[in-house]
Ligand binder design. Structure first.
Ligand code: C2E
Ligand code: MG
Ligand code: MG
Ligand code: MG
Length: 293
């Protein structure tokens, strides 16, 4: 044991490994209490119709601030929650929060009838119980099924028959299904055709190059055309620059979200964020001129 730690290099490696182990343990322990201690919040990023600048809905994104650890991003804690069997509990909290918030926005007349809320769903959540849980939540809050959207990734669906059956049930119920991060992972055109999907979300790694890299522009154009041919809508994610917004419009991409339009905000700030986003996104004659010439 002591001999294994002989070289400096080895010791550094071991120390960082145990620091990582410590962090994981800390996250896991913290997550077990996070729901009960009210440390989770859901923030909302507006999704806009690129043709007219109207907000069509929001994507709910999970945030966790622990008094001991500080704030931790979902890219770090979601995989931990998946590994330690906590994702079911977190996922239900997210669904409950999103549906309750949408119900109150609708009651207060802050959003249209067709305004939707989307939440991200892990592979582990695609269990036979999910459709029943979703139906119960929607009924309890009086929210129509079509106003709820679930975002799944390709890797979530690749894994087995059961997730597919769950998606079919949800789709039959009228829940909107989105394929998130399209173009990353093991994209398959066959899967696009066979799955009960309503919307394809183009990953921001392609959006970032849409105004500068001809290859990315070609890819985005291809995905938009393919999705439309298959009867699906398209949302571009991660729009940060006005030039990207313009190129996405030219490509015929119907909807988008990104820091240019609005960052994710707490529900209390939603109305202000929707108004600002609408102003940024509203097509101006000069933009249309610039896009064509
Ligand atoms: P995602 O679903 O692909 O969400 C998009 C991510 O991009 C979000 O990061 C969002 O804040 C960020 N984003 C939005 N616009 C821009 C932009 O213009 N530029 C850049 N650079 N980033 C932008 P976030 O909130 O950190 O979430 C990361 C990932 O964590 C999500 O990716 C999703 O996979 C996962 N996640 C978040 N909330 C949940 C949840 O409630 N459940 C599950 N299972 N996963 C979640
Ligand atoms: Mg998403
Ligand atoms: Mg995404
Ligand atoms: Mg992502």
């Amino acid at each position: 044991e002591a001999k294994a730690l002989g070289t400096g290099r080895r010791r550094v490696f071991d120390r960082s490994t145990s620091a990582q182990g410590h962090r994981l343990l800390q996250l896991e322990t913290g997550l077990r209490e996070a729901v009960a201690r009210g440390e989770l919040t859901l923030v909302y990023q507006p999704v806009l119709d690129l043709a007219d600048g109207r907000a069509t809905g929001v994507e709910g994104l999970l945030r966790w601030t622990s008094p001991e650890i500080g704030s931790v991003g979902p890219d770090e804690f979601i995989p931990v929650a998946e590994r330690c069997g906590m994702i079911g509990q977190l996922g239900l909290w997210v669904l409950g929060r999103a549906v309750a918030d949408l119900a109150s926005w609708r009651r207060e007349g802050l959003v249209d009838e067709d305004f939707s809320v989307a939440v991200n769903v892990s592979a582990h959540q695609l269990t036979p119980e999910l459709p029943e849980q979703v139906a119960r939540l929607l009924a309890a809050h009086g929210v129509p099924t079509r106003n709820l959207a679930l975002e799944v990734t390709e890797s979530a669906i690749v894994e087995g028959r059961e997730p597919r059956a769950v998606l079919d049930t949800l789709h039959t119920m009228g829940v909107t299904l989105l394929l998130d991060d399209f173009g990353t992972g093991h994209s398959s055109l066959t899967r696009l055709r066979e799955l009960p999907l309503d919307v394809v979300k183009i990953d921001r790694s392609f959006v970032s190059g849409v105004s500068t890299a001809p290859e990315d522009r070609a890819l985005v154009l291809g995905v938009v055309q393919l999705a439309h041919a298959l009867g699906m809508r398209v949302i571009a994610e991660g729009i940060e620059e006005p030039e990207q917004l313009e190129q996405l419009r030219v490509a015929g991409c119907g909807a988008g979200q990104g820091y240019l339009l609005a960052r994710p905000v707490p529900g209390a700030d939603l109305v202000a964020a929707l108004e600002r986003a609408r102003e940024v996104c509203a097509p101006r004659p000069v933009d249309e001129y610039a896009a064509v010439h």
